[in-house]
Design a protein around this ligand. Structure first.
Ligand code: PAF
Length: 285
């Protein structure tokens, strides 16, 4: 396994065996089973697997948790070695954003709602760093988790609009046994907050169940999610949404499918989760 923070090393390693298919798993480190499931998918579908570990400062807003974002490089490298990753790219900030850097990619409409309304510059940072990683690694396939549902939509739009020659693979959300979606931020929850954080999954599951029972009125489904989360005094809702799964526009009535999504604060830890539902089928089935 090659570990480097140097772009030219990645490029020379990448081109050492021309013609091989590469999978790239972009991460911000502090790896958990969710990340490892992406690495395993990449391993099964490509001849070589690259993983990037970079806590990208441009996707954090002032006052967010950039400084406290958890890291454990040693543990990450051991886990990736165990998964047979071939190349780990872990650049310094100055490598990704050298002095004079002044370019950014902005994906307009799908970046605006949900995460974008609470974190207006977030997807600009995400799109820019993912574009850079695509140019540096030139993977055949890139892997993302469905947990960051809006991120997958923004990146799909960017890849199509800018003609990146790369397939996007979206892998299912990996959950703890009590339903909490795995996230590097979960480690920052105090014990009571950790227990209360199961309310996200409870709310999404309750709304999915009501939907399965024939309730297609989006405002009723939203109210049920808000009510379920509000039962937890430690939870402070940022948003609850029932939106079109492609445009992310809020729905009045669900005709085809919907993305149910929530963002909730527990103290200063902000968690997100989502479920995709379709008539006749939904994720909790
Ligand atoms: O999902 C993440 O961890 C980050 O947004 C990503 C895709 C690695 C870009 O920094």
């Amino acid at each position: 396994m090659m570990v480097t923070g140097d772009i030219s090393m990645v490029r020379s390693h990448r081109w050492l065996n021309p013609g091989l298919e590469w999978g790239l798993v972009p991460t911000m480190g502090y790896l958990h089973e969710g990340h490892l499931s992406l690495v395993r998918s990449a391993r099964s579908q490509n001849e070589r697997v690259a993983v990037s570990i970079f806590v990208n400062p441009t996707q954090f807003m002032p006052g967010e948790d950039l400084k406290t974002y958890p890291t454990n490089m040693q543990r990450d490298l051991e886990l990736l070695k165990h998964e047979n990753a071939d190349l780990i790219f872990m650049p310094e900030n100055a490598v990704m954003y050298p002095a004079g850097f002044q370019t950014a990619i902005s994906v307009d409409d799908v970046s605006q709602p949900l995460e974008g309304s609470s974190r207006p510059t977030h997807f600009r940072g995400v799109a820019t760093v993912v574009a850079k990683l695509l140019n540096i690694v030139e993977p055949t396939r890139i892997y993302f988790g469905q947990k960051d549902a809006q991120q997958t939509i923004v990146i799909k739009r960017m890849v199509e609009d800018l003609n990146f020659n790369c397939e996007i693979i979206i892998c299912p959300i990996v959950r703890e046994s009590d339903g909490l979606a795995m996230s590097s931020r979960n480690i920052r929850l105090f014990k009571d907050q950790r227990r209360a954080a199961t309310s996200l999954y409870k709310a999404l599951s309750a709304a999915s169940k009501l939907f399965r029972n024939g309730q297609y009125d989006a405002s009723i489904l939203r109210k049920l999610m808000i009510y379920t989360i509000s039962q937890e005094p430690l939870a402070k809702i940022d948003y609850v949404s029932v939106a079109d799964p492609l445009s992310l526009e809020e729905l009045v009535f669900i005709n085809d499918g919907a993305l149910f999504s929530v963002a909730v604060f527990f103290g200063d830890v902000r968690l997100i989760d989502n479920m995709l539902v379709r008539p006749q089928f939904n994720e909790s089935d």
